[in-house]
Ligand binder design. Structure first.
Ligand code: NAP
Length: 336
């Protein structure tokens, strides 16, 4: 096994990215050195934050480099090892996705327990999106018994988990927004929200006011823009929002103006707090133990949209930005 395939950044997008921004390349795969492992990647994650990494801009995470393989979460099977702590046959998670095989330092990989959950769960409900959801509703904007909670992007990886955990924390009502009637139906029927709101149909603030006539106590923002504005309007005095992501602005080519009702934050004494999951990676063991138990007993329901093969990874990524997924968008690289 010496030939590998990887996806590289071919050009930087202006606005919405397209297939031409990516190229599939065959490369020689090095042998693992002392302390390294060779992994056959079986699953990789595509995530909205990767859009920001396509820009040559300073941010909380380094930009992707032109002509270099992209990076992102992946799981795979160790097929050669020169590291005592990770044997051949182990399943590991790491951040060198976007390629079929990878050689990496054992210290950059984490062995995952496939007895506890499926390998792909470690990229979704038991991975960064799941932990982000958990942090949002337990720590960043903690949900209390009796709260009315609004989650945007509710049919997606973070949103679907955040809504279900909010319910476990005793929320009286959990409302989720998503694009289109099918997704809205799933938000209620598959993910157990009390109500789904189709943000593409009618006025978002009016629909939110119908579903939460007394207002909302907690908002989990995955979308920004019109959703954040509607939520600020609907939040009760001393309400809280966890600002997780602003996908509606990811392709913007100029700075996007803030919510026109931002002064409500003052008058209602609101707390709007951002979160980056990368600050909280030490919480993974605790979170995985808890969420794996929920998965096992059916108390946390998940879905995946699966795209097959590395050559389709760019399409999967472009799809997640346009709403082609329900639950976690994943690429299956090998059937293991
Ligand atoms: P996701 O929700 O599974 O997928 C993205 C979804 O966003 C799409 O399926 C689409 O669903 C929706 N969307 C796209 N454009 C939209 C628009 N203009 N208005 C409203 N909705 C739109 O993705 P995810 O991985 O769970 O991530 C959700 C958000 O959390 C993203 O903003 C991401 O960057 C952020 N995030 C942040 C952290 C952190 O550490 N802060 C960690 C993970 C993720 P519809 O079909 O419903 O429109």
């Amino acid at each position: 096994m010496s030939v590998n395939r990887e996806i590289r950044l071919a050009s930087r997008p202006v606005g919405e990215p397209g297939p031409d921004n990516f190229e599939l390349v065959e490369v020689e795969l090095p042998e693992p050195s002392e302390g390294q492992i060779l992994v056959r990647n079986t699953w990789m994650s595509v995530d909205p934050y990767m859009r920001g990494r396509m820009n040559d801009a300073e941010s909380y995470i380094a930009p992707f480099q032109l002509g270099v393989a992209l990076e992102g979460g992946a799981v795979g099977e160790v097929i050669a090892s020169r590291a005592e702590e990770i044997p051949v046959g182990a399943t590991v998670s790491h951040f060198l996705g976007w390629r079929e095989y990878t050689v990496l330092d054992a210290t950059a990989a984490a062995v995952v327990d496939t007895g506890l959950a499926r390998p792909q769960d470690y990229l979704g409900a038991l991975g960064p999106t799941g932990l982000t959801a958990y942090l949002a509703v337990t720590e960043i904007a903690p949900v209390k018994k009796g709260d009315v909670v609004f989650v945007s992007g509710a049919a997606g990886a973070v949103g679907s988990v955040a809504g279900q955990i909010a319910r476990k924390l005793g929320a009286a009502k959990v409302i989720g927004s998503a694009g289109g009637p099918e997704k809205v139906k799933k938000v209620a029927e598959n993910f157990g929200f009390d109500a789904g709101l189709d943000y593409r149909a009618g006025s978002l603030p009016e629909r939110l006011a119908e579903l939460a006539p007394e207002g909302i106590d907690v908002y989990v923002d995955n979308v920004g823009g019109d959703h954040l504005q509607a939520a600020i309007g609907a939040l009760k005095v001393h309400g809280k929002a966890a600002l997780v992501g602003m996908i509606s602005q990811d392709n913007a080519t100029a700075p996007v103006p803030g919510p026109s009702n931002i002064y409500d934050v003052v008058t209602k004494r609101l707390t709007l707090r951002g979160v980056l999951v990368t600050d909280h990676l030490h919480r993974f063991p605790e979170y995985i133990a808890q969420a794996a138990a929920w998965l096992a007993d059916g108390g946390l329901r998940t879905e995946e949209t699966v795209v097959e093969g590395l050559d389709q990874a760019p399409a999967a990524f472009l799809g997640v930005l346009r709403g082609a997924n329900t639950g976690k968008m994943l690429v299956r690289l090998s059937r293991g």
